[in-house]
Design a protein around this ligand. Sequence first.
Ligand SMILES: [Zn+2]
Length: 187
Amino acid sequence: MKRLGAQEQRILSLVADDAAQLHVAPPRVRFVTTSSGPCYEALFNCIELDRATLALPEPLLQIVVAHEVGHATQRKRMLLDFAWTMLSVMALLSLPCIVFATSSDEDVWRVSVPGFGFVLAFFACARLRRARDAKRAAAFELDADAKAALLCGPASALAALEAMATRGHIDAARLDAMRARLAPTSQ
Ligand SMILES: [Zn+2]
């Protein structure tokens, strides 16, 4: 087994501390060489940290870790969302199969019209689903930011978001939400 460096050990203990404070099982951590940015995988309960993230100054890195552990608190909801998506797609795809299998009439017209209707319905559902998924994903990000603010303080979390925004990882809604969180205490 590969021996972990001092920094990797430090991250693991940060993850364990944050997880204990948020009352979740500590997620696994995978150190990757890609430059995809930090992320959380609900299926394997695993945080991925890339080299550029590991090179961040310590206070920033702590907030990134806290944010990713924040995602681990959403794991059940993420997995249920994934299961519902899979079930809906399967149910939708099985509909025309059942209709065609049970239809005794092989007239092309009778098959192609409902088939065309199905394709339209499928794309309409996929569009609605995508919009809903984007909304859910944004809500998960805001919630993970809230957890990071809880663990590291909103002022540090906001400074981290602003620094990350210059690298293009952060959308404006997350910055606004963090500023709003800080507003009552900064007066
Ligand atoms: Zn996130």
